[in-house]
Design a protein around this ligand. Structure first.
Ligand SMILES: C[S@@+](CC[C@H](N)C(=O)[O-])C[C@H]1O[C@@H](n2cnc3c(N)ncnc32)[C@H](O)[C@@H]1O
Length: 332
């Protein structure tokens, strides 16, 4: 597939809004870290519209890095490809940012259209393919490995927690029954198992019934929530004062992680009951969106992927107070 196909393959979600939100931080010489490079749609727009910035584009998927690098080659050394998981955002800022900090950071979570369309990678329930779902094919453990080795309880937990699947226990029980006779290695087999596990009435509503199971397995295979929990605090920490972070989430668990991590900096940490706000306990972030922004009807019509987006953005207004350890998880 040619890199030039990138535009056709993945329309960047809420592109104009992301540009408007991050623009004030993108002064001459600025570094933007695009934590989810994908096909480079967002990155290309930023490099074109801000001729004096550089963008470091992170992706864990080597194929995304390769195709985006081709597409963005004409920007020369203004584009820096980085193959890593996005919790490495701090190291990337250290290496490429002025004083080791980034001016702006963007995260557009989830899978790309490229990954969904490459049927052999097993992300899509619409095509029969090996049950893989790794964003980085050199990483350990496919979806088939999980279905072969996890207990019924563990599988049900994954489907319920990451997919909010009502029939998680029934689907897990059928998976475990079926694997006793034959390993489950194809997406088509899993689609059929889900279909047979749920009541007939549920098969007729709400699109393909395997959608939630596939989402859940993808999240588990790639440890998506674990990496995100580390990455959002790391991104906040990597911003200079005046720097901006925008995050686009596509499911409620992701959005909750983003919201909770941002909240630590958005509220005062002065202990309740004190009559005055302590200077070093003041908020160090300000919100640039009212709650989570959604796409409007026109955007959804243009780009159906934007239907579930929740966009949150913040600006750093001060350094992190010393008593707050953003990356420790202790502040929740
Ligand atoms: C929705 S796509 C990004 C699309 C991109 N904004 C564009 O306009 O082309 C998400 C990308 O993030 C990558 N990704 C997902 N989780 C990641 C992680 N934990 N670390 C690094 N990259 C990740 C995926 O491989 C995918 O290419």
């Amino acid at each position: 597939m040619a890199a030039a196909d990138g535009n056709a393959l993945h329309v960047p979600v809420l592109l104009e809004t992301c540009v408007e939100l991050l623009a004030p931080a993108l002064t001459d010489g600025a570094l933007l870290i695009d934590c989810t490079l994908g096909m480079g749609g967002h990155t290309e727009a930023f490099l074109s519209r801000f001729p004096n910035i550089r963008v470091a584009g992170i992706d864990r998927d080597p194929q995304a890095i390769e195709l985006a690098s081709e597409r963005l080659a004409h920007f020369g050394d203004r584009f820096i490809p980085v193959r890593a998981t996005y919790d490495a955002v701090g190291q990337v800022a250290c290496e490429f940012g002025k004083d080791g900090l980034a001016d702006a950071i963007l995260m557009d979570l989830g899978v790309s259209s490229l990954q969904l369309d490459e049927t052999e990678r097993g992300f899509s329930y619409a095509h029969d393919a090996p049950l893989d779902m790794r964003m980085d094919a050199s990483a350990h453990g496919t979806a088939a490995d999980i279905l072969a080795s996890a207990s019924a309880g563990e599988i049900a937990h994954i489907l319920h927690r990451y997919g909010e699947e009502k029939f998680a226990k029934k689907i897990a029980a059928r998976i475990v029954r079926q694997r006793e006779t034959q390993p489950i290695t194809r997406t088509g087999e899993l689609v059929e198992i889900v279909r047979e596990s749920i009541p007939a009435a549920a098969r007729r509503t709400g699109g393909n019934p395997a959608k939630r199971t596939f989402q859940a397995l993808r999240v588990a295979v790639n440890n998506e929530l674990g990496v995100l929990e580390a990455a959002v605090p790391a991104a906040i920490e990597a911003l200079r004062v005046g720097g901006r972070l925008a995050v686009e989430s596509y499911q409620s668990l992701e959005d909750r992680i983003v919201k909770d991590a941002m909240r630590i900096g958005l509220v005062s940490s002065t202990p309740p009951g004190l009559p005055v706000e302590l200077e070093d306990h003041k908020p160090f972030l300000v919100s640039l969106t009212r709650g989570a922004m959604k796409a409007d009807k026109a955007e959804i019509a243009r780009n159906p992927r934007s239907a579930s987006v929740r966009l949150r953005a913040v600006e750093r207004t001060a350094p992190t107070p010393q008593h707050i350890a953003l990356n420790s998880g202790e502040n929740k």
